[in-house]
Design a protein around this ligand. Structure first.
Ligand code: SF4
Length: 345
């Protein structure tokens, strides 16, 4: 089991639930816009937010941003150790650096000392695009190289007397992500943040992230996750919740199951499933809802679901654990189902 680490109000590692994180894509120095995005992420269920600090104004912005939220804020800094120190001094709850691109030991030690004084952890974040020359020479941009770089950098911090560490290895390759994180989990006892980097636009990102994260999470590897998606980061949270829900590691609200449709299908299953998902987006209790295309096979096939609907000839059935409870006009199906769920579950 990984070591327990505190990031603001969130505790990760040591068997705690896998935490969901995302990253803002606004200018960090734009306090109004960035605060609004942090609030939207938190509302969707994000448990910690990472923000880039590419310049002094962004590093200083942590102070104002922290005063507007309780969610832990992580500063992401590349190359310039002074920006990392400044973000820490302005209240960042964790700092993410790749010590390999921060520079010599004097610079890395300055970040370590600031983190120690502020009692915050450092995430050693390694990715394929920023591997050190020696590593590239010896291993190439491989899973072995990524793991060796991460371990070297962890040992560097340990030698400086620092062990409040989270580690991550990111690659845009599913296989490398899995292989490297497996090796990393064998080598270190620190919590591991997992994700596929540059996973792409929505559909591609979902498939890639699920393919890479599910095997790791099922093996007990990964204490925080990010599903990286180009565009609005709020969608990353829904995707992360879905992955954790589907593999049974956490329970978040409604899980919709829907039949694939066939020649027997009598209703618009896709539209109804989407409408139900949207109508229950605020429903917090764990609930499985089935949307089935016909009344002949639907209720039986979806017995495992807590509740479901099946369509047929302008009418619809609402069933609970496979047993019919209501027959309604198809046009009333959505509204009746939502009302039944809100009254009975
Ligand atoms: S539930 Fe009915 S419509 Fe849906 S796939 Fe099964 S048989 Fe076809």
């Amino acid at each position: 089991m990984s070591k327990t680490i505190h990031i603001g109000r969130v505790t990760i590692g040591g068997g705690n639930p896998v935490a969901i994180q995302s990253m803002t894509n606004t200018k960090t120095s734009d306090i109004t816009t960035t605060s609004a995005q942090i609030a939207a992420l938190e509302k969707a269920g994000c448990e910690m937010v990472r923000l880039s600090a590419p310049d002094e104004n962004s590093a200083r912005a942590f102070k104002a941003l922290k005063s507007k939220t309780n969610i832990p804020l992580i500063a992401d800094v590349h190359f310039d150790y002074k920006l990392a120190v400044l973000a820490i001094e302005n209240g960042a709850d964790k700092i993410r650096i790749n010590p390999g691109n921060i520079g010599d030991d004097v610079k890395v030690k300055a970040v370590v000392d600031a983190a120690k004084a502020a009692r915050i952890p450092i995430r050693v974040g390694v990715n394929g695009g920023s591997l050190e020359k020696e590593i590239l020479f010896k291993y190439g941009n491989s899973a072995e190289g990524l793991t060796a770089s991460a371990i070297n950098n962890v040992r560097r911090l340990e030698k400086m007397g620092f062990d409040d560490i989270v580690v991550s290895i990111k690659s845009s390759s599913v296989k490398k992500t899995i292989d490297a994180n497996r090796k990393l989990a064998e080598a270190v006892e620190y919590p591991i943040h997992i994700g596929v980097t540059e996973a792409g636009t929505y559909e591609n990102a979902l498939v890639k992230s699920s393919a890479a994260l599910a095997p790791l999470l099922l093996e007990g590897i990964g204490d925080t996750i990010r599903v990286s998606i180009s565009g609005d980061p709020v969608r990353e949270i829904f995707a992360a919740k879905k992955i954790l829900n589907l593999i049974g590691l956490r329970k978040f609200g409604v899980e919709i199951i829907a039949c694939p449709t066939c020649a027997r299908t009598d209703i618009d299953v896709e539209k109804l499933a989407n409408d139900i998902e949207m109508a229950l987006i605020d429903f917090e209790k764990p609930l499985t809802v089935a949307v089935m295309g016909c009344a002949v096979n639907g209720p039986g096939e979806a017995k495992e679901a807590d509740i479901g609907v099946a369509g047929g000839n302008g009418e619809g059935l609402i069933f609970v654990h496979g047993e019919k409870v209501l027959k309604v006009r198809e046009t009333d199906l959505l509204e009746t189902l939502i009302q039944y769920i809100r009254e009975n579950f």
